[in-house]
Design a protein around this ligand. Structure first.
Ligand code: EPU
Length: 418
């Protein structure tokens, strides 16, 4: 199994480009099942999760052309299957995103229940409840969600909790439904808005995406079009945290500072000097050790759960103590024990981690447990003295494009052991 080897304790310095957002590319690719015309999507990141959803669309009969850059053409005019098998879905929970489009387009969908997850139980009850309210008949049989609806009908849906893919699934189902669908207590994440912008490019009538009430007026069919996926705010935040933790200075291009205000505020609190333009962010720690920060995760626009592990790594080397409270997922602290193996001083009380920083984090062999936990171990490895070996890095390849190349471009001493 591949490993990442890092020789730490060197400040990052330089410029890199940020890739397209994984969590926008995945729903956008799933949503392309709704159209019978040809669609070109650019700024798609090269990631394992993208490969998985492309395989899933291929199995359904969609015709997919990839070029060697970041462009994908999807033509889903001839769908031959509404079945999303366990073998693919279990490797990526976001596969649930094909449920709404398949049901809406074909009147039937069979999608495996995603099963266990390292960061929490992650049920899909809100997805199913919304689709049922739109007239779908849903049964769970032998681990599969079996959904049928001759014609979905628009209705008012009040989500019990804020869910990103739940909002996206219902929004996609509403596009070809009869009448108006209103989603209240919708997720406001920029990726939800990007999906709505993509669908509107194809002829959908969605308004309010990016707010907590989304209105979808059903249309008969969608056409084709071209769309450029928005930049990855979590990849951006991860590299900024990497520069801060190593007391470095970097500039990130092809990104959107307006999408990560809550993260930039915390990095400034940690002592970083940040400058922004429309599509770039620079961070300078001026060779200083960061200060510990207090963070509580919550849905957008609050501090993202997908940046929690990386900020924990920052607190692990910072001056002073900081508390991190995770309110979105119930078990997203798997990185704590691995960080402790590198010398971090972290104690857990319920869903809060209190961390007192040490300037003496040391390299160690560690194990990645999920995508963002892996990122936090890479960050800790960059700051630690000596060598860190990160095992099970397939997690990181799910969400960070060419991570070792990008870090090496910033001067990190990192390589992959095949
Ligand atoms: N939840 C329910 N019922 C549902 C749906 C969600 O109880 O029907 C709960 C979840 O268990 C969780 C909370 O609601 O406690 C929020 O989960 P949400 O549904 O918003 O998460 P998701 O849509 O499955 C997306 C991202 C995650 C990100 C979360 C939160 C994608 C493909 N995934 O997941 O990204 O952490 O929103 O922002 O968009 C990652 O990129 O590393 C990642 C895990």
């Amino acid at each position: 199994m591949e490993k990442l080897i890092i020789q730490g304790n060197h400040p990052l310095n330089g410029e890199i480009k940020i890739s397209g957002a994984k969590n926008a590319a995945l729903p956008i690719l799933a949503a392309s099942l709704l159209s019978q015309s040809s669609i070109q999507i650019s700024n798609i990141p090269h990631l394992q999760d993208v490969t998985t959803i492309v395989s899933l669309l291929g199995q359904m009969g969609a015709n997919i052309t990839l070029d060697e850059r970041t462009n994908i053409e999807v033509n889903a005019s001839q769908l031959t299957s509404f079945h999303a098998p366990y073998d693919l879905v279990r490797t990526m929970r976001a596969s649930i995103l094909v449920l709404g489009p398949l049901l809406s387009r074909l009147g039937e969908a069979e999608v495996s229940l995603p099963g266990g997850c390292a960061i929490g139980t992650r049920p899909v009850d809100q997805h199913l409840k919304g689709l049922q309210a739109m007239g779908a008949e849903i049964q769970i049989e032998r681990g599969y969600i079996k959904a049928k609806a001759k014609q979905l009908r628009g209705t008012r849906i009040v989500m019990d909790i804020v869910t990103v893919t739940g909002t996206e699934n219902i929004m996609m189902a509403g596009v070809l439904a009869k009448g108006q669908t209103i989603i209240q207590n919708a997720a406001r994440e920029p990726e939800v808005e990007d999906l709505a912008n993509f669908l509107n490019t194809l002829g959908a009538k969605i308004s309010g995406a990016g707010t907590s009430t989304i209105v979808i007026d059903g249309v008969e069919k969608l056409g084709g079009g071209c769309y450029h996926v928005l930049p990855d705010r979590i990849e951006t935040g991860t590299y900024l945290a990497a520069a801060a933790i190593t007391s470095g200075k970097i500039k990130l291009k092809n990104t959107r500072p307006d999408l990560l205000k809550s993260v930039l505020v915390k990095l400034e609190e940690a002592g970083a000097e940040i400058e922004t333009g429309i599509d770039w962010i620079s961070l300078d720690m001026k060779g200083k050790r960061p200060r510990a920060v207090n963070v509580s995760t919550a849905p957008y626009p609050a501090f993202p759960t997908d940046m929690q592990a990386q900020i924990m790594a920052l607190n692990a080397v910072a001056e002073g103590s900081g508390s991190i409270t995770e309110t979105v997922f119930e078990n997203r602290f798997m990185h704590v024990q691995e960080l402790q193996r590198m010398g971090a001083n972290i104690s857990l009380k319920g869903n809060t981690a209190i961390c007192t920083g040490t300037p003496d984090l040391h390299g160690a062999p560690v194990m990645a447990t999920d995508l963002r936990a892996s990122a936090s171990l890479v960050l800790a490895g960059l700051a630690a003295k000596g060598e860190t070996v990160i095992n099970r890095i397939y997690h990181i390849d799910r969400g960070y494009e060419c991570i070792e190349e990008k870090l090496a471009q910033l001067g990190a001493r990192i390589h992959r052991l095949p």
